[in-house]
Design a binder for this molecule. Structure first.
Ligand SMILES: [Fe+2]
Ligand SMILES: [Fe+2]
Length: 143
């Protein structure tokens, strides 16, 4: 067993339960990929991890975009553009890995995922969540 790449930290919490849950699951998946890449035993396991992360990212972004639409989030377009870029860069790295028949230590895919975790969740998702929660609170106050 190798060190995990990301330890879950409550500073990643954004305050919307279902999205926080998905972020945690994604971090688990990313750690699993990290372990598979570092241990490099089964290529099929790495391929499965890559596919799982792709499916989860896609579903997570779709859910988050639904939440933003529901609350008329004013920075929706910029946030969606970030999602699209993240998914594009992940897909590109994933395809490189899948097309590479050799061993792949230190693959840039981990940097891309780290960038996603550190920057996107902590900045863009948190900003979105604060505004969504303010809107929910002000709606709740209406008579
Ligand atoms: Fe997110
Ligand atoms: Fe997001």
């Amino acid at each position: 067993m190798t060190d995990t790449l990301f330890k879950w930290d409550d500073s990643f919490l954004i305050g919307i339960e279902e999205l926080d849950h998905e972020h945690k699951v994604l971090i688990d998946d990313i750690n699993r990929l990290h372990e598979e890449l570092a241990g490099y035993k089964e290529r099929s396991e790495i391929e499965k991890c890559l596919g799982d992360i792709y499916v989860r990212m896609q579903a997570h972004f779709a859910l988050e975009e639904r939440v933003m639409k529901e609350h008329d989030y004013e920075f929706f377009d910029g946030h969606k553009r970030e999602h699209d870029k993240l998914l594009d860069s992940y897909t590109e790295s994933m395809m490189q890995l899948l097309n590479d028949s050799g061993v792949f230590p230190n693959n840039p895919i981990e940097d891309a995922l780290e960038h996603w975790i550190l920057n996107h969740i902590i900045t863009s998702d948190k900003k979105m969540s604060l505004m969504v929660q303010e809107k929910k609170a002000s709606k709740a106050k209406l008579p």
